[in-house]
Design a protein around this ligand. Sequence first.
Ligand SMILES: Cc1cc2nc3c(=O)[nH]c(=O)nc-3n(C[C@H](O)[C@H](O)[C@H](O)COP(=O)(O)OP(=O)(O)OC[C@H]3O[C@@H](n4cnc5c(N)ncnc54)[C@H](O)[C@@H]3O)c2cc1C
Length: 347
Amino acid sequence: MATADITVYGAGVFGLSVAWACQSRGARVRVIDPHGVAAGASGGIVGALAPHVPENWNAKKAFQLDSLLMAGDFWREIAEISGLDPGYARHGRLQPIEDGPALERALARAEGARALWRGAAEWRVVPAPAGNDPWQPAGAGGHLIHDTLSARVHPRRACTALATALTARGAEILPDGAATGLVLWATGAAGLARLSDETGRAAGSAIKGQAALFQLDRAGAPQLYADGLHVVPHADGTVAVGSTSERTFASPDGTDALLDDVIARARHAVAALRDAPVIARWAGLRPRARSRAPMLGAHPLRQGHFIANGGFKIGFGMAPKVAEVMARLMLDGVDDIPEGFEVRASL
Ligand SMILES: Cc1cc2nc3c(=O)[nH]c(=O)nc-3n(C[C@H](O)[C@H](O)[C@H](O)COP(=O)(O)OP(=O)(O)OC[C@H]3O[C@@H](n4cnc5c(N)ncnc54)[C@H](O)[C@@H]3O)c2cc1C
């Protein structure tokens, strides 16, 4: 069989991951992004790979579970070939259980996880540590949820590692150039706006997020989820906290008082953050498809073109499985895309 040529527009985590999966299956790959690697939402700092709650199971949740379980091998291979650390580690997550009804729900979900997570990870209710452990979420009425599935990756470094692995194996990553062969559009929020213009239908929108980075070494500790915030310790002695969720905004990449509020809530929710300095503030635009699910499949207007978009709040968690199904669709014509993830679901 002749080698397939693939041109990927967009060097975010979706474009780079699909490029990697196609290259691993023997395709010759070119990635084009005028703004460079991880210039969009994927250049962020949070990187929580956190599961949906194990209840009301559906194809979307099953897809995400597969992807989270693929992540360890996926990022290990990228680390080996690039020689760079994508910052992946699976240290689990703690969440507070505030009251009796929440405890009942958590216990039911522990049962759900036993049935649904195939023995690959646990969702368990544990006693909150006695004393004043500064690394626990405030508001726990004596118990915490501890899940062993949550992991983290360093978004910006993961994309740099992916790009380095791709070029080490012969791919080109360019600021511009002509498309050859099959074409993938993984162009994030800009791609959703363009698709909306081209089809005359609102395919999705940009949802701004702001996040902060604290100087605090908790590498190896579980991430926390408290007061609606992801608190994610990274290997480099920092802790990322996010995020806001903004439908309307004046500046797509500026940070403001909304992030000050996130920082104040994080300091209140986690004692260890109270006096830790904030060393970076970051904002980006999440690509949210109209369906809120990833948008995957053939381009509705162009033969031989495909779309991978709509990563929204969990693009890094979804990337390994998105890469697999898109490579199978583009190279083998096999369509494993779950119902609700198809491009038409958002048009
Ligand atoms: C504050 C914040 C916190 C987040 N936290 C998490 C988290 O904890 N866990 C998680 O899993 N996800 C998280 N996300 C979501 C995640 O970052 C996104 O889902 C993911 O990065 C989307 O990847 P993408 O490749 O689709 O888009 P992007 O990363 O936006 O990449 C699109 C790329 O396309 C390029 N482009 C645009 N137009 C063109 C064109 N015409 N030609 C070529 N290239 C083009 C852009 O330059 C850009 O590089 C967060 C997002 C934000 C903003």
